[in-house]
Design a protein. Sequence first.
Lengths: 300, 300
Amino acid sequence: MLTIAQVERETGLSKDVLRVWERRYGFPVPSRDEAGDRLYDAAQVERLRTIKRLMDRGFRPGRLFAMSPEAFEALASAPAAGGPAMALDKACKAAIECILSDDNLGLRQSLNQLLAKQGLQRFVQDTVPVLNEQIGNSWASGRLAVHQEHLYSEEISRLLRSAIGNLPAGNQPPCVLLTTLSGEEHGLGLLMVEGMLAPEGARCISLGLQTPIEEIAMAASAHEIDVLVLSFSVAFPPRRGLAELQRMRAAIPERIEIWAGGGMTRGLLRHKLPGVLWTPELTDCLQRLQDWRIRHAVVV
Amino acid sequence: MLTIAQVERETGLSKDVLRVWERRYGFPVPSRDEAGDRLYDAAQVERLRTIKRLMDRGFRPGRLFAMSPEAFEALASAPAAGGPAMALDKACKAAIECILSDDNLGLRQSLNQLLAKQGLQRFVQDTVPVLNEQIGNSWASGRLAVHQEHLYSEEISRLLRSAIGNLPAGNQPPCVLLTTLSGEEHGLGLLMVEGMLAPEGARCISLGLQTPIEEIAMAASAHEIDVLVLSFSVAFPPRRGLAELQRMRAAIPERIEIWAGGGMTRGLLRHKLPGVLWTPELTDCLQRLQDWRIRHAVVV
DNA sequence: TTTCATACTTTGTCCAGGACAATGTGTTGA
DNA sequence: TCAACACATTGTCCTGGACAAAGTATGAAA
């Protein structure tokens, strides 16, 4: 039995939301302890997690709560649409198998093989997104436990970091600063972008996650950067993303380009923000890099 | 001007706390927008951050708010006591200088040198804590910006990961699982522990940050681990830490040892939890490892 | 048919102020 | 010196009302 604060941490739904849903939709209906405080059982938390996941895909709560249990189940276990059902490489399949069977050494080995075979950029561009999607689907349909997802993230990060670290230090323009805004906790996207740019010799400086806007601005001037890369996961509220991007844009000189990427940006492509370039796909980063170098007449 | 939600994210103080402080202590006193919602200016947010920092050191709000402005200032800029004022290595000083002057290449280079000279374990044990403390003090006294702290964390993590990655894969007992509980976002401690254990040939599996207790239990049985390492930063509420550790202890077989480390544990040493071993210092990990191996008659 | 502006609905966040339990602190007695 | 008690402090939770921003449907004009 979990308290409302624990449920907030585990599902990402704020206490206010949990209470207002209870009032409006009649779900969840937690029991109470002697003091009258809410206590949620595991089943309800599980259901809340599923709902959150579906909302991150664009469904709205009103619909979800109005659905019949069967329809809801079907939706929850259906793979995310839109992703072109790519043919799975045999090696990819092997990696997925390792995750499902908790074979961490095997996983490490198969990822290493894939990376060695494809090279860093192709690995980041083609393989990692496929794996991510597979993992996401398996998670949504309950075939994969949270701890297995954690292990996967950890191993991928480890691998990308070490691959990037083994590259010679980039010292050619542009100078790129990479980070996420406060509230964005997913760092894999950032690492993937770095994996695309670093092999091109760009000078990459990563600040890690959740840097406040004013701080990014200070870092931008301290390091005299040319490009600021910001990553937003699908779970980031698009409206907030747009607002923060505007604040960010106003906080640094126009000379500096902002490249905004990650799942959230896919829904915002038609919103044109002056001085902000959308890079929803990883290949877009390479394109942007090339454009920048041509525009600044940099020969590499 | 920031909304209450933004201040919560940036300071780590919950909305409830912000409102109740306003009611009780008369600080902060945000202005209001047209809708009557609170708007905090930068100065108040800065002050709140300082207060949070002092509270993480053990001060209670009542005291802090009752203090004269001068006394408060003095406290805020004083270095944390308790840390034995260690003599700073010249190389350490150089690294700190690089951070203060935003010289990220120089920083990387000087850290690399220190690591190469000392070896992974000594580096983790002697140098990293000193650097951490220096950074913490500089931050508290305003000499260091948040983005500089971010850069430092990022570079240290990078370095430790790559050093650990270059070790031969540990395949000797015990099998150790490393992670933090939900709510603990600081991962450097975890990496440092891994940096101590991996060179000893222990089989380390890291799940990254914020793994729910039930998931840790599942991972523990899936990987047949011998030891569970949990890291708690100073900012983790001790009371909650104790409660969660008890829940965690009950969720896995007694056979598995739990090693709890990090700043929070320093205040809990006299609380004896059966089956939980405190490892407040990094050297304690090595001691525990040796103990474990002797007790299980493992010859390495 | 498409595009755009307008009105309606949904939904997350905020507010006030009361309540309470857990923790810290100080005092008394053994 | 230590244990037990009472008192003060402090974070979290509660209810239920309010509102604005985002999404959605409707209808007019191109």
